[in-house]
Design a protein around this ligand. Structure first.
Ligand SMILES: *[C@@H]1O[C@H](CO)[C@@H](O)[C@H](O)[C@H]1NC(C)=O
Ligand SMILES: *[C@@H]1O[C@H](CO)[C@@H](O)[C@H](O)[C@H]1NC(C)=O
Ligand SMILES: *[C@@H]1O[C@H](CO)[C@@H](O)[C@H](O)[C@H]1NC(C)=O
Ligand SMILES: *[C@@H]1O[C@H](CO)[C@@H](O)[C@H](O)[C@H]1NC(C)=O
Ligand SMILES: *[C@@H]1O[C@H](CO)[C@@H](O)[C@H](O)[C@H]1NC(C)=O
Ligand SMILES: *[C@@H]1O[C@H](CO)[C@@H](O)[C@H](O)[C@H]1NC(C)=O
Length: 863
């Protein structure tokens, strides 16, 4: 959903402010005293030299450094005398920061020591913290690698509405990723990249390098050699971050400096440590891994019916159809257009979908029509009255999701609406929040002394949203809490759905903050049907994997602008591998459902066919994400951190550990330039051994017209099912076990199963099944034995007793055997149907191995 262009007088008004961007502010503090006890150090800092720019300096600061776990260090600096805004504990639950200003500093402080440099470490912690006394600065290092991770300069600025801190970085050895939300031309940050974190409904959303819908002040730094660490500045205020290659500078307009350092050292360790703090990604229902079709501008129920029929006729899988604001009456939440979407038509339509194993998702907005709820005390306030803004319904109030009354109202509305239309999920759109009304500068709070680079033109922070002088529940100002709006709505929506259905909710949110992954999926927002947008979608999807929001996609075929058959075909080829695969388009564009062009339909059948076969793998990756924070779509360096040539790869990505996707991202391409790290790579389509790389190499691959290249790394075991038109049908089919052998004959993998919708995933006492598979090889007396075995970790999902593996495919056997014998659980299998190809692929079918029961298959070959 997009809103209209702003009037140009904003630019006239504001370009004069651009002078602010070169401004650097300076101040210096000295350490007055420090106290240390075990894993906690605190220090008092006093101002020794400041400047008047952006307001008076805070004279006394308190620093608290704590080794919160063996791999996490927190360093928090705040005003020693006054409490300041911080992300509330109930928004992101986390250990208390230690002593508050002027409280007793430590449990047993001993005598506060005289100012001097001092280092805090502990035998078990990989991170050490060093405070330098005069001038004050601090350093964070990692013992296991000897790296200095963060090293602040003596310039530290701490004013009421302007904080600035800089750390040096080794420009030649650091590769940074993350910081957003921004559309980037490369996934790896480039020197001199700038980031503005201020959630906005951005007009030029197809332009790179502008602040978009979410704020994630988190980066991962991979040092040459492969050791990674993470840095979070937990702060919800607006900020600019400058990455100069040899330094990173934060310029923040409020709150406190609250840094968290995550030691890694592997990239997977970093996301594990990060999501342990901010919250693990929410489990997504099984069905949400199917293909979704959406469009702004579906005219009526008959139109929706036609689209569902179009997919069925073309035999293209479609799991869920979505309604944008078209279904609403006067664009109001939880209402139905009485002419085009009357409940007497919509309800039977939804019932038909459900009978067919399909789903229905609708959009909801955070702005409520003024007349609709004027009497309720639920909304953002200004000057003691409800703030009146403008949005789709006209004059609106904005729900205040900080208020328990409002979240209760929201839950009740969800529940009431579901009695009429039992929607399967909710899509929280324009929840930055977006507002069409233009505000003149209102009061000093609305116009802070430092202007962040909002929308790339230093636009006022009130631009296209609610004024920051608006108040939330408990007197919290929008100035501080603006970036939390989308997170809080997603949380309330998740809670409302969970309460009503007692099933696992599906929530998609456009606006996000640190920790949104606990509640919602996300998509890249309003993109444009252009080739550069196709390519850049990969960068944003990989970024959100780092941010703990792995259920992520981009509008397939593009949202704004007319698409072409070729672009749409290439987009579904890539989009079929997005963790979240949804096509969505804007009202004024030509229809682009995947069946519209026959060539696109062919791509869709093949690409989504592969996706549906991979569903058990994707769902197992969801389980990994939920339990360890591991992204579903990953950059190559996650699996190959030692290979520096992977650090810049962003036109390919991995699904999980070992499925490498190399899509076409340009028009007219007949080949794709792809990088393959060291090891064996098998075609995911015909199982042949495509490459054995001694070292990583670039390869020119043929680019078939209707498929993205996809390869499986040797060493992986995958479970696949059959492609069907819905995920529920695919789930009934038998499993195939693909064993892609590494050169040394080993491979491993796992499978997670549950009914796809329990609120918890893999919880203690739940009904779920987890099976690990491993394969190894033994050679003796001219005989080579390849043995695959399963290890059932838990088996309480009942259908896993009936669901079977019907076929096992070995890839990468040494050569065609002269003779072979197969044993299943040590019994020779005589009647097996086997197929052996010279390419080292050998398959055994006609099996019936219960998933939930331990088994062992031995393939004994003589050469
Ligand atoms: C403290 O560290 C600084 C560098 O930040 C160094 O110049 C100074 O000599 C050190 N002082 C002591 C007492 O070790
Ligand atoms: C980054 O900016 C600095 C200062 O303006 C300049 O000297 C440097 O060349 C720039 N680096 C890159 C990679 O553009
Ligand atoms: C503000 O953003 C625009 C658009 O990304 C960029 O061109 C400009 O350099 C930025 N200004 C500063 C000071 O970062
Ligand atoms: C798409 O093409 C149609 C037909 O040519 C045209 O009417 C429409 O304005 C175009 N839409 C956009 C967004 O370019
Ligand atoms: C076999 O090779 C894989 C992939 O290179 C490696 O991870 C594994 O440790 C090796 N296993 C053995 C037993 O050598
Ligand atoms: C697990 O399944 C059993 C048998 O179907 C059922 O009785 C039980 O309530 C389920 N437990 C949970 C936690 O869903």
């Amino acid at each position: 959903m997009a809103i209209g262009l702003p009037s140009t007088d904003h630019f006239v008004l504001l370009t004069i402010l651009i002078c602010l961007l070169v401004h650097h502010c300076s101040a210096v503090y000295d350490v007055e005293s420090t106290a240390e006890s075990g894993k906690l150090m605190s220090a008092q800092l006093k101002l020794v030299g400041g400047s008047a720019d952006f307001g008076p300096d805070v004279k006394s600061l308190t620093l608290t450094a704590s080794l919160e776990t063996d791999s996490r260090l927190r360093v928090r600096i705040t005003d020693a005398d006054h409490r300041r805004w911080e992300v509330p504990q109930d928004v992101i639950p986390r250990p208390a920061p230690g002593p508050q200003p002027k409280d007793v500093l430590l449990d047993s402080p001993g005598n506060p020591s005289m100012p001097s440099n001092s280092t805090m470490s502990s035998a078990s912690s990989d991170l050490t913290f060093t405070i330098h006394a005069s001038p004050f600065r601090f350093t964070v290092s990692r013992r296991s690698t000897g790296d200095t991770l963060f090293d602040t300069s003596a310039n530290l600025v701490f004013k009421d509405r302007y904080l600035e801190v800089t750390s040096t970085l080794p420009a030649d050895r650091a590769s940074l990723y993350g910081l957003g939300e921004q559309k980037k031309e490369t996934f790896r940050l480039q020197h001199n990249d700038t980031f503005t974190l201020w959630n906005g409904d951005v007009t030029w959303s197809d332009q790179p390098d502008l602040n978009l819908y979410g704020s994630h002040p988190f980066y991962m730094d991979v040092r040459s050699g492969g050791a990674a660490h993470g840095v979070l500045l937990l702060n919800s205020n607006g900020m600019d971050i400058l990455y100069g290659g040899s330094y990173v500078t934060y310029k923040v307009i409020g709150g406190v400096l609250d840094f968290y350092f995550f030691a890694g050292p592997s990239p997977l360790d970093v996301v594990d440590q990060y999501t342990q703090l901010i919250g693990r990604p929410a489990p997504m229902p099984y069905w949400s891994f199917g293909f979704h079709q959406s469009r702004y501008g579906y005219k009526n129920v008959a139109d929706l019916d036609g689209v569902v029929a179009g997919y069925a006729k073309a035999r293209i899988p479609m799991e869920a159809i979505w309604s944008d604001i078209d279904y609403m009456d006067g664009y109001q939440d939880f209402t139905l257009d009485p002419v085009n979407y009357p409940s007497k038509q919509l309800r039977p339509f939804v019932d038909r979908l459900h009978n067919n194993g399909q789903k229905y998702v609708v959009t909801v907005h955070p702005a409520i029509k003024r007349q609709a709820a004027a009497h309720e005390d639920l909304f953002l306030k200004r000057n003691g009255a409800n703030l009146v803004g403008e949005a789709w319904p006209g004059e609106v109030y904005f729900l205040d999701f900080m208020s328990p009354r409002s979240t209760e109202y929201w839950a009740r509305k969800i529940s009431e609406f579901r009695r009429t239309i039992p929607v399967d999920g909710l899509w929280c759109d324009i929840n930055e929040p977006s507002n069409f009304k233009q505000w003149q500068p209102l009061n000093p709070l609305d116009d802070p002394p430092y202007r962040i680079n909002n929308s790339g033109f230093h636009l006022p922070i009130n631009y296209r949203t609610v004024p920051v002088s608006t108040l939330h529940y408990n007197g919290v100002s929008e100035y501080d809490a603006h970036n939390l709006f989308g997170l809080l709505q997603a949380k309330a929506t998740h809670a409302g759905l969970l309460r009503d259905t007692a099933r696992r909710p599906f929530v998609l949110s456009r606006s996000t903050f640190v920790g949104s992954g606990r509640y919602a999926a996300h998509w890249t927002g309003n993109n444009v049907a252009r080739w550069d947008e196709l390519a850049h979608s990969i960068n944003t999807i990989l970024n959100f994997g780092l941010f703990g929001i792995p259920m992520m996609g981009a509008d397939i075929c593009g949202f704004n602008g007319n698409t072409t058959q070729e672009l749409c075909s290439r987009w579904i080829q890539l989009g079929a591998f997005y963790p979240f695969a949804r096509a969505h388009a804007e009202k004024t564009t030509l229809r682009r459902e995947l069946y519209v062009w026959e060539a696109t339909a062919r791509s869709a059948r093949k690409a989504l066919g592969m996706r549906y076969r991979l569903l058990p793998y994707m769902y197992t990756l969801m389980y990994e994400a939920h339990t360890t924070g591991a992204p579903i779509a990953r950059p190559l360096f996650f699996s190959y951190p030692q290979d520096a040539d992977t650090y810049g790869v962003d036109r390919q990505f991995l699904l999980g550990r070992g499925v490498l996707v190399s899509p076409v991202l340009e028009p007219g391409a007949t080949t794709v330039d792809a990088y393959f790290p060291a090891g064996r790579w098998f075609s995911l389509y015909d199982y042949s051994l495509a490459y054995t790389m001694k070292v990583g190499k670039r390869v020119t691959l043929p680019a078939p017209a209707d498929l993205a290249n996809a390869h499986l790394a040797g060493g992986n075991i995958l479970l696949l099912q059959h492609a069907e038109l819905t995920t529920s049908a695919a789930r009934q089919s038998e499993f195939h076990l693909l064993v892609a052998l590494a050169e040394n004959g080993t491979a491993s993998g796992e499978l997670f199963l549950d009914d796809g919708e329990p609120p918890e995933m893999g919880a203690v006492g739940g009904n779920w099944t987890l099976v690990r598979f491993s394969c190894d090889r033994e050679e003796s007396k001219g005989m080579v034995t390849t043995k695959v075995s399963s290890h059932v970790v838990q088996n309480s999902y009942a259908p896993s007793r009936a669901q079977v593996i019907g076929k096992v495919v070995f890839m990468g056997l040494q050569s065609a055997p002269k003779s072979f014998t197969i044993y299943v659980n040590n019994v020779e299998l005589k009647a097996a149907r086997t197929k052996s190809r010279t390419s080292g692929v050998f398959s055994v079918s006609g099996l019936s191995l219960a998933i939930g029961q331990k088994f062992e298959i031995k393939l004994v070959m003589s050469h």
